[in-house]
Design a protein around this ligand. Sequence first.
Ligand code: PA5
Length: 471
Amino acid sequence: MRGGIRFRFDFSLVGESNLSSGEGISAADFRCAMEQVDRAVEALEAKRLRGEIGFPDLPFLAPEARAIAGDAKALMKKYTHLLVLGIGGSALGTRAVYEAVGGAAARRGLALSVADNVDPDAFFPLIAAHPMKKTLVVAISKSGGTAETNAQLSIAIAALKKAVGKRWKEQLILVTDPEKGVFRRMAEAEGLQSYAVPPNVGGRFSVLTPVGLLPLSAAGVRIGALLDGAAQMESVFRHTKGTDNPVRFAAAVYAHYLYQVPKPVQVWFTYGAGLDRVAEWWQQLWGESLGKKRACGSPVGQTPARALGVTDQHSQVQLYQDGPADKVFTFVRWSAGREKGIVPRAGFAPDMAMLGGRPLRDLFDAEFEGTIGALWAAGRPIVRMEIGARDEEHVGAFLHFWEWVTAIVGECAGIDPFDQPGVEEGKKIARALMGERGSEERRAEFDRRIAGIRRAEIRIGEDPPARKGRR
Ligand code: PA5
């Protein structure tokens, strides 16, 4: 069944001996980081065995995935469009995998849209663009308590009712906690179809649960292969010793740059269609998992930034080369792209003649190597990752790799990589501002704090707020 995943993880350009700037990792620091990684892996394994964390076991839920794929097949016969409602971990994984494997151009399934915003100027036109009679709506919220997804859902239900009347319930599926929350209660009260998110898998680690598997499968993605790739990575991680283990090696490198000798920013430079969406998924995983306060109160975290090769070479590389030495770089690309198109030989000025008659990919590859070379010459630490093929196996393996690296680095740093108190606080304030019952004190506290702000605000073409009412 297994084709065998292929990856190249190259850590050469973080080694002290290969970096002239002093930004590299010494052998002693690396050994120290590896020891911490070993301890962190043991601690995480204990958590897994106690059932506290579920993501490592997800690749092995093939029977569940087969059931989902069966359901998805039936859905494909009934509908033409699939509208996913959700935000953060309930949206980014689906979009990342879908785009990474090639999206609608490469996979035959329902036409997929993922709505992860409540900007009315984007959301209402998106709903209007859907043929609601033929649209399946999948609303995803692990907690069920996210205001954005609740608002989206109610708008989508209204649109479904308008289109199909009482049959709206047939066209709606909820993905949420198996027992708790508004979505679960709604599913029970209305008799809606629903899927459960395992309670021990947090939003940003949930792409291999029904959160990602259901919409992806309905959109034509081979979810069995996605899990299989993740299972292969899990096996590499479990059975490879010491510095041959790419997960442990990467975790040691990134732990070093997270808190031993901190680099406040990590930039992912992606070269290859679809990888920018994977970078978006990684940004949430990295930012939300590792941006925390330690028990002693000191903050830890690394700002995850994205750059698109080659486009952003012409906007960001200057900063990366000559600006502050506060970044570690991760270059990601497909080892082999799909298109083999050739640049015509004719029509070049003599100075550019070397471009003619060869694959456009040669130039793309040269840009990748050239940018790494330029940043290396400036002494910047660089990790390079090449993904063997643009398919489900490799994408599943890559996401699973990063989930492990993130979990281990967080454990090393002495924080909980699986919670998100800051996000929860923001959600509570948003609900209080919208008038949630029982949140009056939170609202009053927020208003008190805002009232204390000394204003420095300049408005052009608007009356100051105090005078507005008197018009
Ligand atoms: O990773 C997380 O837990 C969060 O980013 C959530 O995914 C996000 O806030 C959406 O939450 P929910 O799925 O509960 O609506």
